[in-house]
Ligand binder design. Structure first.
Ligand SMILES: Cc1ncc(COP(=O)(O)O)c(C=O)c1O
Length: 378
């Protein structure tokens, strides 16, 4: 029988990471359990200080998820009904979902095929031509920063805010500056598969603006700065001390894990070129001075057949994202149609994420390369 070789390479392997830090994590969890302080508190404040320093911002404010971070950012800016927010149609749902939850309207601008990120010139044009636009949410997708300078210049001309959705981009750099420090506020997710993932949900905002930081701290506890006195209507979105303790352990390893992701991405890129494989390998755009490779996403016109083939070889893949946001059923009322954002629609048909997690061995990386080569030899 000449079936495919039996290998098992998942898209993400959280067990592999956990095995190496198990003792450190258990000690940190025990510290919190013994303290019996579970919500916010010292552990969360320490994480906020460490992540503000890591991202190069004055302030960081923990919250319950990346989705809440986006929502809180909009609330802090007072964005609501009658307002518009420009964003990418090629991102995880939460980016646009948060805009609608705030009562505002998402206005999409297409992305660039090479970087998967907002086309800055296009987004700037949309922001400058619509008077109701109050902010841009720019997404640093898959771990590479979007082209921030033209966007921030246009936003400051228009007097509107730039919110960075940096959920997939902790530690990524744009011209040497960190994601989360480039716009008005940065939003991060600690979903377990993120580069800095918790043992559950979690999120965080970064900013250099003291007034915004104070408002965010209030908004995450029902808009209250003083017990039982509410200046704003906020939400309950607090970060758990248990999550903060795990994240503080993991933060100590993050740069080493990021270097391993960079090495893995370089390995794929080199081997794809050597073998002349007809897949478009992702590359860091010149301004993305540090790509942190949360995902390694190739483009292949015959994506669905390639995916089936890799599955049959035991290789985990994922499609980020099969339906661009302007075509989501729940956004039908926005009035967009197929063909409105052709680059996003093409990426939705062609993009395929391959395993790139830090603990992958060279043998596994080569097995993925060989499986793709076998598909194109057929
Ligand atoms: C680009 C992007 N934005 C927002 C989110 C939402 O984060 P969370 O799952 O922590 O709510 C995620 C991740 O899930 C994401 O990838």
């Amino acid at each position: 029988m000449n079936g495919p070789p039996v290998i098992r390479i998942p898209l993400v392997d959280l067990q592999a990471q956990h095995r190496k830090i198990r003792e450190e994590v258990l000690a940190a969890l025990l510290r919190v359990v013994d303290s019996q302080t579970f919500i916010l508190g010292e552990e969360v404040e320490a994480l906020e200080r460490e992540l503000a320093a890591y991202c190069g911002t004055r302030f960081a404010v923990g919250c319950a998820s990346g989705t809440d971070a986006l929502f809180l950012a909009l609330l802090a800016l007072g964005i609501g009904p009658g307002d518009e927010v420009v964003t990418s149609p090629y991102t995880f749902f939460a980016t646009a979902g948060a805009i609608v939850r705030a009562g505002a309207r998402p206005v999409f601008a297409d992305v660039e095929a090479g970087s998967f990120n907002l086309d800055a010139e296009r987004a700037a044009r949309v922001a400058c031509s619509r008077p109701a636009v109050r902010a841009v949410i720019v997404v640093h997708l898959f771990g590479a920063c979007a082209d921030m300078d033209p966007l921030c210049e246009a936003a400051s001309r228009r007097g509107i805010a730039v919110i960075e959705d940096a959920a997939q981009a902790i530690g990524a750099e744009y011209k040497g500056r960190r994601a989360g420090s480039l716009g008005t506020m940065g939003c991060f997710s600690f979903y377990p598969s993120k580069n800095l993932g918790g043992y559950g949900d979690g999120g965080l905002l970064t900013t250099n603006d003291e007034e915004l930081a104070a408002r965010l701290r209030a908004l995450r506890v029902h808009g209250s700065r003083e017990r039982y006195r509410h200046e704003w209507v906020g939400i309950n979105s607090r970060l758990d001390a248990l999550q903060a303790a795990v994240l503080r352990v993991k933060l100590r390893h993050l740069d080493r894990w990021t270097e391993a992701r960079v090495r893995n991405a370089e390995y794929y890129r080199r081997r794809f070129a050597e073998l002349g494989l007809p897949v478009a390998a992702p590359a860091a755009p010149p301004y993305a001075s540090r790509h942190v490779w949360n995902q390694f996403v190739i483009r292949a016109p015959e994506r669905d057949r390639l995916r089936e083939h890799l599955t049959s070889w035991g290789i985990g893949t994922e499609v980020y994202y099969p339906i661009p946001l302007h075509l989501q059923p729940c956004f039908r009322d926005l009035g967009y149609r197929p063909g409105d954002f052709p680059v996003s629609e093409q990426l939705a048909r062609e993009a395929l994420a391959l395993p790139v997690y830090p603990e992958l061995s060279e043998e596994s990386l080569e097995a993925v390369v060989q499986a793709i080569a076998a598909f194109y030899r057929r």
